[in-house]
Design a protein around this ligand. Sequence first.
Ligand code: CP
Length: 314
Amino acid sequence: MEEIPKTNFSLKDVVSISDFKREDIEAVLNVAECMEKLPKERKSSLLKGKIVASLFFEPSTRTRLSFETAIQNLGAGVIGFADAKVSSVKKGETLSDTIRVVSGYADIIVMRHYIEGAARLASEVSSKPIINAGDGANQHPTQTLLDLYTIKKAFGKIDGLTIGLLGDLKYGRTVHSLAQALSLFDKIKLAFISPEELKMPEHIKEHIKGIKYEEFTELAAVLPELDVLYVTRIQRERFADPAEYEKVRGKYIVNKESLKGAKECLKIMHPLPRVNELSPELDQTKYALYFEQARNGVPVREALLYLLKDVRKW
Ligand code: CP
């Protein structure tokens, strides 16, 4: 019978990837791998009797639905909302009060919020584990864990790879978390490819200064070296000034033509949703990893829920 690996997973909340040590990441990836192999009946008993709250104050397709799939696969019940307008936030209730109340109902709280730092605040007032499903332009740690899981499945390793992050590196929370996580691995090289206006923030570059990285404005300048090209959407909704968005809209369109000169083994990832930066003509090519990446959200989120299922913070 498949055994779920024993781990030293050390976290009581999943708020920021910067809270993870390499061994915490490896614990999640190893348990996720096991989740893919466990018989359905066994898996559905792992969180039997538990309640998980799914609080989405900002839109989501993949994160919310893969969490809710994971919750149901593990045999737990799910409560929550996909739209804060149907909650008492609409009547002016604070986030702190909402979280205090929900932590009296649920064993784990999964939350997406539009304010940077909302997940950290929630973790400080919640007696139950908080899983950050994205907070503004700040962090998206569970996306990072599934990204790492996807890379490991495709290449058999993470160490030693050269990874390009392309697009909106200023507002893209997925690339902030991913760059930080990759800095925990050995012999990683990162290429940050973005318009001048959307460069990787200084605080992230400060955090990863132990690894090799270079900045580019054109994909062609670094494409032949890449093992992974991680494409991101330019996030119109995070621009205060629409004129600033217009300056960078459509700057990168990754298609068959733009991949001439790429390594045979290149894999393209994207957290999705995409708009026009990643051509559908790539979907059936050997490069495309992004739909598998989205599918991998389920075992990775199952692993996180399993690792946090018995945590009591006070
Ligand atoms: N990748 C991701 O976070 O997608 P959703 O916004 O659909 O959850």
